[in-house]
Design a protein around this ligand. Structure first.
Ligand SMILES: [Zn+2]
Ligand SMILES: [Zn+2]
Length: 347
């Protein structure tokens, strides 16, 4: 089959590899949609422990497709079913796993990161992930592309559940990439009064506004001054940082108003995640500061349910498709911040 494998950092190859076979408890999915994400770009740039020329890895953790084959002892899934797969799974028995948060398990693994993923014609879902319920049968109203985007979308939903967005809130989202747009869609659904988006790219802001009408776009050299002006000096109720920049995290404390909340959604580069913190901003403004990572299976299902009834849409975030052979160009495009989501196609 055709596949895109990371051999070591900066060495991503579209190549032909043997078709995977399914063993006991495993499910084979024919990939119908797979997206490149920031995590893939980071793995490409920095490499990852366990991935080497001797042990290359097929990337791809945002995906959906048809079930092609099921192994012995698999219950509830049959070939031909349209499915989306949540990539994170755990040991299955620890406190976090038994409470449904398999993604926070100490032994957490993810398809497309620790296991071969979906940048291939076929992807194998490991038996433990099958048992833990990571395969979701899709309603007819959810396209493969939208289903594949349930992965990043449910990451944003996890942040929403943690920090809250309430009717009338002034929400500022810093970073107008695909994740920023997903946060904006959720803010709209949750009844935010004003949704402001800031980015360095005018093109991205324009694209975000086209997808989520009514968003206020902010292109400025002085974000704190701009926000003071827009809010009569009050600041915003919620700041979501959807950009991996330390200076933005630092700035968030001055952007939030009285009783404001801050969500650090995008992580910072390893070894460079210490920021200066004026704790008086937290104290005197009674700020709530939080962060989230990944999503649990319930949150993933929630996004699929919301997509199924049209309360959220994801197809409008797809800005292109590319042949698997052009994966290097897609990775380069994402690191430049061009376009939103590009789907890889294998046939
Ligand atoms: Zn991702
Ligand atoms: Zn566990």
């Amino acid at each position: 089959m055709r596949a895109v494998r990371l051999h070591e950092k900066l060495d991503l190859r579209a190549e032909t590899v043997p078709d995977p076979t399914v063993g006991r408890g495993e499910v084979l999915v024919r990939t119908r949609s797979a997206f490149v994400c920031g995590t893939d770009v980071r793995m490409y740039k920095n490499g990852r422990a366990g991935i080497s020329a001797a042990n290359p890895r097929i990337l791809g953790h945002e995906f959906a497709g048809h079930i092609e084959a099921v192994g012995e002892d698999v219950i509830g899934y049959t070939p031909g079913m349209r499915v989306a797969v949540e990539p994170n799974y755990g040991c299955g028995t620890c406190d976090r796993c038994t409470s449904g948060n398999t993604q926070l398990c100490k032994q957490q693994r993810a398809i497309g990161i620790a296991d071969d993923g979906a940048f291939a014609e076929f992807v194998k879902v490991p038996a433990r992930a099958v048992q833990q319920g990571n395969i979701f049968i899709l309603p007819d109203t959810v396209s493969f592309h939208a289903a594949a985007l349930a992965e990043p979308f449910s990451c944003a939903w996890n942040a929403y559940e943690k920090i809250g967005i309430y009717p009338g809130d002034r929400v500022l989202i810093i970073g107008a990439g695909p994740i920023g747009v997903m946060h904006a869609k959720i803010a709209r659904l949750a009844g935010a009064g004003r949704i402001m988006m800031n980015d360095l790219s005018a093109d991205r802001l324009e694209a975000a506004q086209a997808i989520v009408p009514g968003v206020e776009t902010i292109l400025t050299d002085d974000l704190p001054a701009d926000i003071r002006k827009r809010t009569d000096g009050e600041g915003v109720d919620l700041v979501i940082t959807a950009a991996s920049v330390a200076a933005i995290q630092e700035m968030a404390f001055s952007l939030a108003g009285m009783n404001g909340r801050i969500m650090f959604f995008g992580g910072l580069p390893k070894g460079n995640s210490t920021v200066r913190l004026d704790t008086n901003e937290i104290h005197y403004k009674q700020l709530t500061v939080s962060g989230t990572t990944m999503q649990n299976l319930r949150q993933y299902r929630k996004i699929l349910d919301l997509l199924a009834v049209g309360a959220l849409t994801a197809d409008d975030i797809v800005t292109g498709t590319a042949d698997a052979g052009d994966v290097a160009a897609v990775v380069e495009q994402i690191s430049r911040g061009a376009g939103l989501k590009t789907a890889l196609v294998f046939s």
